[in-house]
Design a protein around this ligand. Structure first.
Ligand SMILES: [Zn+2]
Length: 215
């Protein structure tokens, strides 16, 4: 009698353990993954702008939303900047280069599996619109990550390989640059300043990241 009680107890414990492991892996698909998020620009460098709408602010807002959603799915997330500043060394002659170099350095020195850099586009023409994913071929995985995020974003703009972006060339772990839309286009601009739109955009990026890690 005592033995059968022990047996039933062990079976119950096993069922519970199985259940929790199963729930863990399905509700936390990014458990064990480390992701570095980079909000472009910051501080004296506003990036693109339209009147008082600054790229640096929207980049940071999107990155913070993305960080929170990724963490809720189990990922460990680091940000290159958490506020309105850049990473350049004080008093350097080439501030922009120093900023980008230091961003790449902290990502390379981390244990991150991937990085996502968030920027906004802008051109002289108000015609161009839509999100676009850019990648450098410095890592073989970059084109794959770019394609899955492009697909989850549902953007018509094709992924684009660019090997002249100083920051993306320096980073030696897989990653992409997402231009979330054009500040120079009124439709995109109205969307990008809207938090609900930012949330929806971030949800799509998250799905792309999950897809990438499921491959
Ligand atoms: Zn930018």
């Amino acid at each position: 009698m005592r033995q059968s009680f022990h047996f039933i107890f062990l079976v119950l414990i096993s069922i519970c353990a199985f259940y929790f492991v199963k729930v863990d892996s399905s509700s936390l698909p990014l458990l064990g993954k480390t992701i570095y998020l980079d909000a472009g620009h910051g501080g004296v460098d506003a990036g693109a702008s339209y009147k008082d709408i600054l790229e640096k602010d929207i980049n940071l807002s999107i990155v913070k939303l993305l960080a929170s959603k990724l963490e809720n799915l189990g990922a460990t997330v680091y940000l290159t900047r958490y506020g309105d500043y850049d990473l350049s060394n004080i008093g350097v002659k080439y501030r922009k280069k120093s900023d980008l170099y230091n961003r790449a350095k902290i990502i390379n020195e981390s244990d991150a599996d991937i990085y996502i850099s968030i920027h906004l586009n802008s051109t002289n023409s108000a015609y161009w619109h839509g999100a676009q994913v850019f990648y450098d071929d410095v890592c073989d995985e970059n084109i794959t990550l770019a394609r899955v995020i492009k697909a989850s974003l549902g953007t018509e703009r094709e992924v684009s390989e660019i090997t002249t972006m100083y920051f993306n060339r320096l980073v030696v772990i897989p990653g992409v640059l997402v231009e979330a839309g054009f500040l120079s286009n009124s439709g995109d601009r109205n969307n990008l300043v809207n938090e609900e739109y930012q949330e929806a955009l971030v949800d799509k990026v998250v799905l792309g990241i999950i897809d990438y890690f499921s491959m």
